[in-house]
Write a protein that binds this ligand. Structure first.
Ligand code: ADP
Ligand code: MG
Length: 259
């Protein structure tokens, strides 16, 4: 299994939308896919059709309850896509984790027992660089960073990259960065082009070629409990996420290009 943390400490940059739609794209192409919701808001869980009422075991139990992964996984209605949902309990987890000795390695340990059950795992991180995100980075093989095409796009990125480096040094020497995905791209707005050019000249090949457009279908889909890729597979947003998934596959190590 290859696990990809979707991280950026800014809120509203497209982490959850990317996690949901990339996971759906991989599941649709036959990968046994796991989505782990590590944000107490639980938007990734809702977005794949798992209502708050139907969540039982959750990522909280995985991190703080010593529950085996298998007990926390739910099947979604999307073939090939399994979910570890988030519940409101998770909002207390940052505080509870502080007093635990292996606090950064809880998720890594939980996932280690299930390396063969899934081929790919996406971890939707909360908008902070706290212990939940540290658990994701410590458990992951690589990080995907969604970056919103706005004026302050690069602000905060250095802090995230520093955190990744710190995790590499202390907890997870294998951690890589698979790429930065530009989100909410608006062709009619010249500022967006400018930001895209700036980010590309600053980060070079780290930036995926695919840009995710601002597309209302992407924001409507969650209210129907469906990934945009299922709600409207032909909209520009869905097509962009399919292209991003293909690009992501091309960046995976050769021996991990499973399906
Ligand atoms: P994050 O997880 O980083 O907080 P979300 O994925 O939840 O960000 O996105 C924030 C809001 O923007 C959500 O309401 C989402 O539906 C919307 N959104 C995300 N990406 C797009 C997009 N490309 N076009 C239009 N709306 C988007
Ligand atoms: Mg989110």
């Amino acid at each position: 299994m290859i696990s990809i943390a979707i991280a950026n400490q800014k809120g509203g940059v497209g982490k959850t939308t990317s996690a949901i739609n990339l996971a759906t794209a991989f599941a649709a192409s036959g990968w046994r896919t796991l989505l782990i919701d590590l944000d107490p808001q639980g938007n990734a869980s809702t977005g794949v059709g798992v209502s708050a009422a139907s969540r039982e075991m959750s990522s909280y139990d995985l991190l703080l309850g010593d529950a085996p992964l298998g007990d926390c996984v739910m099947q979604t209605t999307i073939p090939g896509l399994s979910l570890v949902p988030a519940t409101v309990d998770l909002s207390g987890a940052e505080v509870e984790l502080v007093s635990i000795t292996d606090r950064t390695h809880r998720l890594r340990r939980a996932l280690s027992s299930a390396q063969n059950a899934y081929e790919i795992c996406f971890i939707d991180c909360p908008p902070s660089l706290g212990l939940l995100t540290l658990n994701a980075l410590t458990a992951a093989d690589t990080v995907l960073v969604p970056l919103q095409c706005e004026f302050f796009a690069l602000e905060g990125l250095s802090q995230l990259l520093q955190t990744v480096e710190r995790v590499q040094q202390r907890f997870n020497s294998e951690l890589g960065i698979i790429g930065v995905a530009l989100t909410m791209f608006d062709r009619r707005n010249r500022l967006t082009d400018q930001v895209s050019d700036d980010v590309r000249s600053c980060l070079g090949k780290l930036v995926f070629n695919t840009e995710i457009p601002r597309n209302v279908r992407l924001s409507e889909a969650p209210s129907h409990g469906l990934p945009a890729l299922i709600y409207d597979q032909h909209c520009t947003g869905s097509r962009a996420y399919l292209a991003l998934a293909r690009e992501l596959i091309s960046r995976l190590p050769e021996n991990r290009k499973a399906a």
